[in-house]
Design a protein around this ligand. Structure first.
Ligand SMILES: [Zn+2]
Length: 459
């Protein structure tokens, strides 16, 4: 990352801002969306301490507080990506296969390179830089089977002070020998990583069996006991992504009543469990997810890319038994790290199931909903006093096409819809992590430089 100047312990941002006061899948979306056309956000020691209309708050600011004004930008909570594989960044956009063949042909050879700690460190740096360029400030991240891939990721995340969840992949069968661990070896390595990284600063650990086909029952049981070793651990894996995979799991685990039951039987399904995809699931599975408090990660660009199927978002979120759902990019099967691009495809997938994803619902999924899915909504995902100051500044005029379209928007909902349909990393003007400016689109490499699109004044 370019070394941008450290922000003072107390500073403020001014500009148009959006956040959420309620869940727009349970309440009227237009009312759940909080839109402040001229907002002031006071940041102290990495946390938001005041948020409201500039006119109302301006006179209350402590003297000499520097104020950065974002003209024409929209300040939002940073995006939350609930499912992504950092080691797959080098193989994004690999041609021609569906899930199981894609894993064999592209994924496993790529992941084998992470035995080399220096290679892992280089990819981790590139990956986190790309996330911040996309406005994403938190993610649930798969590493590889190699413990050094986890050390590489958390080392870089700790340096950036990003709030990240990650873990070592557990895989003791149905994978090449150089990517397999053993039940006990995987347990021991994971426990050492948990001790090193879980709740180290903003870092959080996820026990990470890749999916039921690549772990024996013994390994899944040990993963369940790992989860009970420390408070606040996460669990991430894949569930019912592709029909051939679902069929394979039913043969591998004939005594289990469903794919989800394989994980539940091992003690892996509960709060802070994040299951990627859930494309081919029935009502019983949605009901179990609701009752258990686990989350599904909706990964539309990946599901379309691999031809996996259409996630039934509105069925999952049925107000009678809502399942926690976050948005995932699932790179490298996903085709973009941008949550704006991911929302573009989520909108189309919802359309294909006969439902309409309101822009307020979409942006909620990418921010507050993702934080809720991860049980982190008391820290990230909204702009409010007490929250960690992870923010992005969106630019609805990022391209000539967007600018001419944005000019015709009469409401904030229209403008957000333009951003999610036409936007990508070019539309992320800036990103803040714990109050620090970590990405400035218009001054990406100029250490110490202030971008031209905003001015700093002092109260
Ligand atoms: Zn995945």
């Amino acid at each position: 990352m370019p070394s941008l100047p450290p922000a003072p312990a107390r500073h403020a941002l001014r500009g148009r801002a959006i956040t959420f006061g309620a869940n727009p899948f349970l309440d009227d979306p237009a009312r759940a969306l909080v839109h402040e056309p001229d907002a002031l956000i006071l940041i102290e020691d990495g946390h938001i301490t005041r948020f409201g209309a500039f006119d109302a708050l301006h006179d209350t600011l402590p003297p000499d507080t520097p104020v950065t004004t974002w003209h024409d930008g929209i300040i939002s909570a940073g995006f939350v990506d609930t499912h992504v594989h950092y080691p797959q960044l080098p193989m994004i956009a690999a041609y021609g296969e569906q899930l199981l063949e894609w894993l064999e042909r592209y994924t496993f050879p790529t992941e084998a390179r992470f035995a080399d700690a220096d290679y892992a460190a280089g990819v981790a740096r590139r990956f986190l830089r790309e996330l911040l360029r996309a406005g994403t400030t938190s993610a649930a991240v798969y590493c590889t089977v190699h413990p050094q891939s986890v050390d590489a990721f958390f080392t870089e995340s700790a340096r950036l002070n990003t709030r990240m969840i990650a873990g070592k992949v557990l895989m003791d069968r149905n994978a090449p020998a150089n990517l397999r661990d053993t039940p006990q070896g995987g347990y021991d390595a994971s426990l050492a990583l948990i001790e090193r990284w879980h709740q180290h600063g903003r870092q959080l650990y996820a026990v990470t069996p890749r999916f039921a086909a690549t772990s024996t029952e013994e390994q899944l049981d040990l993963a369940g006991s790992l989860l009970r070793q420390r408070e606040g651990l996460f669990m991430q894996t894949h569930l019912s992504e592709n029909l051939a995979e679902v069929e394979w799991i039913s043969h591998l685990f004939p005594r289990r009543t469903s794919y989800l039951d394989v994980y539940a039987h091992a003690g892996l399904v509960g709060p802070r469990s994040v299951l990627g995809h859930g494309v081919h699931v029935d009502e019983d599975t949605f009901h179990t997810c609701h009752a258990a408090g686990c989350a599904l990660a909706h990964c539309p660009t990946s599901n379309l890319f691999l031809g996996s199927g259409a996630f039934r978002l509105f069925d999952a979120l049925d107000p009678r038994r809502p399942v926690r759902v976050g948005l995932g990019t699932d790179v490298g099967a996903g085709t973009s790290l941008s949550q704006l691009q991911t929302l573009n495809e989520a909108y189309k997938v919802a359309q294909s199931t006969g439902r309409r994803l309101h822009p307020a619902q979409a942006f909620w999924l990418a921010t507050a909903g993702g934080a809720h899915a991860l049980y982190l909504d008391d820290r990230i995902g909204t702009i409010a006093p007490g929250m960690e100051a992870d923010l992005c500044v969106l630019d609805p005029h990022a391209t000539p096409l967007m600018a001419q379209r944005a000019e015709q928007c009469e409401t904030i909902e229209d403008l957000l819809f333009v951003l999610m349909m036409l936007g990508d990393d070019r539309s992320v003007r800036a990103t803040y992590v714990a109050g620090q400016l970590v990405h400035d689109r218009d001054a990406p490499e100029a250490a110490g430089a202030r971008g031209a699109g905003h001015i700093t004044s002092f109260t």
